[in-house]
Each structure stands twice: as C-alpha cells, then as structure tokens.
Design a protein around this ligand. Sequence first.
Ligand SMILES: Cc1ncc(COP(=O)(O)O)c(C=O)c1O
Length: 450
Amino acid sequence: MKNQLSRRGFIRTAAAGSAAITWLTARSGPNVFAADAGKPAILGGTAVHKGGWTAWPQWREEWESKMIDVYRSRKWFRLSGPQVPEFEKAWAEMLGAKKALAVASGTTSLIVSLHVMDVDAGDEVIVSPYTFIATYNAILANSALPVFADTDPTTLTMDPKTIESRITERTRAIMPVHIYGMACDMDPINAIAKKHKLAVVEDACQAWLAEYKGRKCGTLGDLGGFSFQESKHIPSGEGGAITGMSEELIDKCNSYHNCGRTCGTNKGTGSFTRGMNYRMTQFQAQLLLVQFEKLQKETAIRRANADHLSANLGKIPGITPVRLPGNGRPSWHLYPFRYDAAGFNGLSRDRFMEALRAEGVSCSSPYREQYFDGLLDEAINSRGYRRLWGAERLKAYRDSFNDLKGNKQACETTVAFGQNMLLSDRSAMDDILAAIAKIQTHSAAIAKKA
Ligand SMILES: Cc1ncc(COP(=O)(O)O)c(C=O)c1O
C-alpha cells in the first residue's frame, strides 16, 4: 500500500490525468479495477467506497445489567443514587481537572458557567462565531451580548489577534470554542483575559479528551463545558458536564444547577442562591460511566486515522488540512479540511461534495454565517436588549458581522467528515483519499457537467 504519495509525484500523475487510477492501483486488490474504476461515480463510474460507515450511537450487551441496576434501584434522581457523583469524580480524574459537575446538557453547562463567572444582564462576552448555535444561545440566555472575535480560517478557531479590539467596558468573559475538538490557541487567549481581568469559559462541548500543550480542554480556562448529546463521542442521549481547576467555582455551579441550594465551599449564609434545575439523572451518569474505556480507545483510533488523512490530503492540489496550535491533539468530532475550488478547475464546493458522496464518502459543509440568520436580530430587537443597550451600540454591533472576513472564509471553504467515519479501518481512509484524488483528476469534466 502506498500511503505516502509525495506532493510532486501526485501533481505529476494528476497532470497526466491518471492520479486516481494510480492511487487505486497502488492500494487496492484487483476487484476495484472495473473498466470504469477511474471514472468518477457522479459521471457514471464505480464508487470508491462501499459498505457505509459506523452507525452512531452504539450500545453493548455488557452494559445492560448496569443500566437495569439503576432502573431497579428506584434511585433515579441526582440526589438519591451514587452514579452521578461517581461519574463526576471519574470525569475530573480523566481530564486532570480539580472537580467536575454533571449537568443536563452542553447548553446548560455553558449557561451555568457564564452565570458563575458573573456574566450578567447587559454584559458582553467575546466568543467564536464558528460554532453550533447553542454557544450563542448560552450567552443570550444570560441576557448578555455575544460579540464575535474573528475566526482564523487556518485553524477554524478564535483568532486571538482579533480579541482585544472587541473589548469594551461591558466585556466580562471570553468564550473560546474548541470546535470539532481542536483546541483554540489558549495561551494568547488566557494572556488577554488576564490583562483585562476577564473570565475564560471554554466551550469544550466537542472536545472530550482533546489537548493543548499536553493539557486537556476543559482545564485551560476558568470553567469548561462538555456535551454528551446523542451525536457525541460519549453520548447519554442528553447530558453535559462542567470542569475546572477551582473547587469553589464548581461548587457555585453545583448550587446554580440545583435550584440554588448552597453546597460545599458555597455554603454561604442562606440556604439558597438564585438557581435552576439543570441536574443529570442517574441513568445518564451510568450510561456515561460504562463508556469511558470505549471513549479512550476510540479517541486513539480517530487520531491515528485523522493523522493519516492530514499527512496525505495536503498532497492533493486544492485541499489543505487544518493547522493545530499548541501541538494540539484533537478529539475530532468532525474531521475538517479546507477546499479551494481553484485547485479543482473551479468545481464548486457543493458540486465537489456531491461528487464525493457519489463515491460513497459522506461529507458536509458544517457551519454557515449564522449571525445573519435572524436569531441575533430577534435578540437585539427585543424589548430587553433595547433596554440594556443603546440603539447606537446595537447598530454598530449588527454592522460588525460584516467584518468577520476570516469566519466567512472558514464557512465558505470547509468540508468535513463525521467522527464515525474515523472509526473505520485504514483502507476506508485510503478510500477517502482515493475518492478526492479521483475527483480532482476529473474536476474539469465534473464542473462542465454541472
Ligand atoms: C460547540 C457546541 N457547543 C454547545 C453545544 C450544546 O450542547 P447540547 O446539545 O448538549 O446542549 C454543542 C452541541 O452540539 C456544541 O457542539
């Protein structure tokens, strides 16, 4: 198998119009050599990848007795059974965090963290725009304004150079998002936060076990939030966690998520502070506990396969793997890369993805410029927001979305594979590479047929 095709060698073969065939010849047995093996599936050829991808989520028969034990215990509520505290202890240990708190979802992990870091009505939070919409909503739920730092299109994460110009006297926190489980460049972000006395809440909802400079996401700022929703690497249907290096902060989170009941180092004088019910059930905690080993094993598999893709994708003209700051070791919730139509004879990204899907390779273009989607207009035109900010500030805020050039580029050029695809064997990764190479070789013909 010839995995390490050199860039120059690739371009030479591609120029001769036979790169995909060369690749397939080098890596496959005779069964792929149908007469049309080199012809793209979208133009009537044979698909490179057959057999689909790993279904998600997964279950194991050996987990069932533990789930039934919870059911039969009649202790299903957070405060009655042992599984939630057990999960919290184990999750904190696995991450190297001082303490963890289990909550109802990733969204609630962020809402609670922002509240505990003193983000209040009328405050501003500097956040990454390239994320799932729940990140924006967690800030809005605290009646604060999500102010967007730009995205570095080479890393798809918050560009630290664009933070300081967004700071106003109302800024209270920075919320970097480790998107797809790729850690943000946390050293400069933390340095800016320290200089301006701002809190740092990590959105680590896709970053289970991901690392930056040898430390796990969720331990790099003041507090970090995780999601265990169904699509996630360690899923419990719904669920979330907050981690941090301060016992006091996690105890405050505990109080807020538990109807305001004071606890631990947050005993205070009264029995209650403000709070919500964002508790996790014992069933969710048990389902998470049984998946710890699986998460660790699968993280290693995803990383090895992602490394293989990254080592080879950059050899294909028009494809650029993402740059990882701080020796980042991602969790790869999605595996993203950047697509440049110029390297594919002008083939649009949508048509490229259509061609890739025809080859049996699932893919998506994950996030749009969703600040133009109306959600933020609804918020800033609300009675509450108009009361909290002047018209001039809200207009300047709305206009500033047009300045997010890096994010626009990230949204327009990214293509991604799902985490479940990275659980396949090495030959499936080679199928992905071969499919892209084949499309590149025939891109002019595919573009013409659009
Ligand atoms: C980056 C990011 N932030 C926040 C969330 C919210 O998590 P949940 O769906 O568990 O509320 C998600 C979930 O997809 C996410 O991907």
